[in-house]
Ligand binder design. Structure first.
Ligand code: SF4
Ligand code: SF4
Length: 81
């Protein structure tokens, strides 16, 4: 499970700073994982690697959603994947 970012994102970067698992990336940035790099999921807006998202399990709120000004972060359940 986890979250994803939709096209309502305005690339403010607030969510990246808040993410405790460091799984939010800037658009166009290659994804680093154990010394290997993979192509970005989006060239247009920030994106989340949902496999690495623990849904802020250690916190009382979902930190990225709490700071997003455009409500662009949705649960993967909504996307149906
Ligand atoms: S829900 Fe928490 S862990 Fe997952 S992407 Fe958002 S801030 Fe990061
Ligand atoms: S906080 Fe919201 S608008 Fe800002 S970069 Fe993250 S998803 Fe995009």
């Amino acid at each position: 499970m986890g979250y994803f970012i939709n096209d309502d994102c305005i690339n403010c970067g607030a969510c990246l700073i808040e993410c405790p698992t460091e799984t939010i990336y800037e658009p166009g940035v290659n994804i680093g994982n154990h010394g290997k790099y993979f192509v970005p999921l989006s060239m247009d807006h920030f994106f989340i690697i949902s496999d690495n998202c623990d849904e802020c399990a250690l916190f009382s709120k979902v930190r990225c959603i709490a700071v997003c000004p455009t409500d662009a972060i949705k649960h993967i359940f909504i996307k149906g994947v």
